[in-house]
Design a protein around this ligand. Structure first.
Ligand SMILES: C[S@@+](CC[C@H](N)C(=O)[O-])C[C@H]1O[C@@H](n2cnc3c(N)ncnc32)[C@H](O)[C@@H]1O
Length: 264
């Protein structure tokens, strides 16, 4: 289905967290975009030699799978999204309610990337507990605002997957949104971004949602403009098969450190 005229209120009007979870997070295998991203995330955290006092997932949607790798390395984790329906879905998982989405397969996958050995049900339960402990706030966030979380919010680690790129179909608006997103990163902090590459839209059930059709060069330029150090930025474009029909056939994974005024 084509988007004929981009509707800026599409998330308010058409988004359904259960439909999204069914379309993208209810398979009995790990999609190749998730495999690629979790591999980089685990490797970065294991090799980075640092921990992060305050971390945030911006545009988390109804998902928690990306917090698996973060949990041992962060003091506290905030989860932010534009829609309260998504945060309500997360709240169900945090409270271990029976109707919450089951993330066990995704959590097991990350544990096995970390240890290169089989994760047991007890290992999965222990990590779920840690993930729940680390979440200290659920926040409303609108990247169309220059202060998306309200004044002064800063984090040592900002993670965001398919958010600014999925919030608009205009590259101009995306530039403004990614700038707002990256402003949440403190000096000396790290941003970890997962974006659809050169795609205009993604399907959820029979509905089409936007992508801003960005590529690696757009993301590199946005990071540099927001004060990230190109010498401490890794940026990879990875081919994707799982979602080639529904969403994208390439992703960009960026891990970038922000300049610090204290650096020599
Ligand atoms: C494709 S989903 C990504 C969800 C999740 N991060 C993932 O990887 O599956 C896009 C998310 O962007 C959020 N979003 C849309 N417009 C936004 C805005 N203006 N500000 C912040 N988030 C927005 C939506 O609510 C939705 O959760």
């Amino acid at each position: 289905m084509e988007i004929n005229a981009y509707n800026p209120n599409i998330y308010d009007q058409l988004w359904n967290p259960q439909e999204y979870l069914r379309e993208y997070y209810s398979h009995d295998f790990i999609p190749d975009d998730e495999e690629a991203f979790q591999q980089r995330l685990v490797a970065f955290l294991k090799c980075g030699g640092r921990t992060f006092a305050r971390a945030i997932d911006v545009g988390c949607g109804p998902t928690v799978h990306l917090h698996t790798a973060l949990a041992p390395y962060v003091g506290e984790l905030h989860l932010a999204d534009y829609l309260s329906a998504n945060l309500n879905e997360i709240q169900k998982w945090l409270r271990d309610e029976p109707e919450a989405h089951n993330w066990d397969i995704n959590i097991k996958h990350v544990l096995e990337l970390e240890t290169l050995s089989q994760a047991t049900p007890a290992d999965i339960e222990a990590r779920k507990q840690l993930m729940r402990q680390k979440v200290t706030a659920l926040k409303h966030c609108d990247l169309r605002r220059s202060d998306p979380l309200g004044k002064g919010a800063k984090y040592d680690l900002v993670l965001s997957a398919y958010c600014a790129d999925a919030a608009t179909q205009s590259k101009e608006e995306w530039r403004q949104m990614i700038g707002s997103l990256l402003s949440l990163c403190a000096e000396g902090g790290v941003a970890i971004l997962l974006s659809a590459c050169q795609s205009r839209q993604y399907q959820v059930a029979d509905k089409s949602f936007p992508f801003a059709s960005v590529d690696g060069a757009d993301i590199a330029a946005a990071l540099a403009a927001a004060g990230f150090d190109p010498l401490r930025t890794t940026l990879e474009t990875v081919s994707i098969k799982t979602w080639a029909e529904l969403a994208f056939d390439k992703i960009v994974i960026a891990i970038a450190a922000k300049h610090s005024s204290q650096a020599s």
